[in-house]
Design a protein. Structure first.
Length: 115
């Protein structure tokens, strides 16, 4: 179980941006909101990324899975995408969903083979 909730009240700047601009899903290059793992591979943080087509700038809100720091930043959107925690410098990756799923499947198979 995660120590944070996906709808953590700290994660609000992107909601405010959406309300202010009235941006619709079809007007986004990318939008995700998911848990992120710490070094011990536990879902202990959250990241939300919104990239409007109009400017291609990634608006990123996160709660660091290592130190619990809340951060917001705007940066260039490109793949592979990651941000570093402003406080502890932990690298928070945002992998493609398919790649993340494949990686988790391999890890589960490895665990099953060890048993």
């Amino acid at each position: 179980m995660s120590m944070v909730e996906i709808n953590d009240p700290k994660i609000k700047k992107i909601n405010e941006f959406i309300a202010k601009t009235g941006i619709k899903p079809s007007e986004c290059l990318y939008h995700t909101w998911r848990f992120v793992k710490n070094k011990k591979m536990k879902d202990n943080g959250v990241i939300r990324v919104l990239v409007p087509k109009s400017d291609g700038i990634a608006r990123v809100e996160y709660i660091c899975p290592e130190c619990g720091h809340y951060g917001y930043l705007e940066t260039e959107w490109k793949r592979p995408f990651f941000v570093r925690c402003e406080k502890c410098k932990y690298k928070i990756n945002v992998p493609k969903m398919r790649e993340e799923f494949k990686r988790e499947q391999k890890a589960e198979q490895k665990d099953e083979n060890l048993q």
